[in-house]
Design a protein around this ligand. Structure first.
Ligand code: PEP
Length: 249
């Protein structure tokens, strides 16, 4: 059985007071669903959160990190620093990082190796732009993203990776991929992993869907064979909608 996961990407949102209020509500919610919950707040709020949420088994993740362990990289945070705070996960290759910070597949690949070396689990994002889907090259685009950033990993490293398929045209737009479109891409991703690493390994990788996933569309998406949960942006900012999505399994 693959792990079911619902992860929240808060991006650059929330104040300290709002972070505490969210976690207090979440920790008092008696959630006992089958999906593991992960929250990825802005890095400045990470300190202390893994300890606070450990009793309820809620994972805490960063949204990015640098691939070097330390050095003259003003404004950056390394995966070793995340590990020191007991941060378990790190989102890498989010389309906003690719677009606004010009992150290439090569750089994202270095980040994946770096977080794995530090003992942090990467949540690797991939997905095509609208014009790439309209030109019918979306499968090829995602294949390139995966093969450049992940396919030189050792199988035991690959086994630790969580993948999030996030079609860029669906992120923050209110337009969701249809369950068929999402399932088709998830199956494609699993097939690519299988070709590279074998069927057994591919079967064990959790592939999350992201892009305007909400309480009213989550259960249809999560019922698809190759969709193992979601990476949630806007709807992860409120405890009620985040938990409603998590309870959609
Ligand atoms: C995201 O940015 O990872 C995301 C899925 O955002 P939203 O749910 O708001 O579309």
């Amino acid at each position: 059985m693959r792990k079911k996961i619902v992860a929240g990407n808060w991006k650059m949102n929330k104040t300290r007071v709002e972070v505490d209020a969210f976690f207090d509500q979440l920790l008092n919610s008696n959630y006992d669903g089958e999906a593991e919950l992960i929250i990825c707040p802005p890095s400045i709020y990470l300190n202390g959160l893994p300890q606070k949420s450990a009793s309820k088994n809620i994972g805490v993740g960063a949204q990015n990190c640098h691939y070097e362990s330390f050095g003259a990289y003003t404004g950056e945070v390394s995966s070793d620093m995340l590990k020191e705070l007991d941060v378990k996960y790190c989102i890498l290759g989010h389309s906003e990082r690719r677009t606004y910070f010009n992150e290439s597949d090569e750089e994202i690949g270095k980040k994946v190796s770096s977080v794995l070396n530090s003992g942090v689990i990467p949540i690797f994002c991939c997905g095509e732009k609208l014009d790439e889907r309209q030109s019918d090259i979306h499968f090829q685009v995602v294949e390139e993203q995966l093969s450049e950033a992940l396919f030189s990993l050792d199988p035991d490293e690959m086994l630790k990776v969580i993948i999030a398929y996030e079609p860029i045209w669906a992120i923050g737009t209110g337009v969701t991929a249809s369950p068929n479109q999402a399932q088709e891409m998830h199956a494609h991703i699993r097939k690519l992993i299988s070709n590279q690493f074998g069927n057994d390994l591919a079967d064990k990788i959790s592939i999350l869907y992201g892009g305007s996933c909400k309480p009213d569309n989550a259960s249809e998406l999560f019922s698809c064979k190759d969709i193992d949960g979601g990476l949630i942006g806007g709807a992860s900012l409120e405890t009620d909608s985040f938990l409603a999505i998590a309870n959609s399994f």
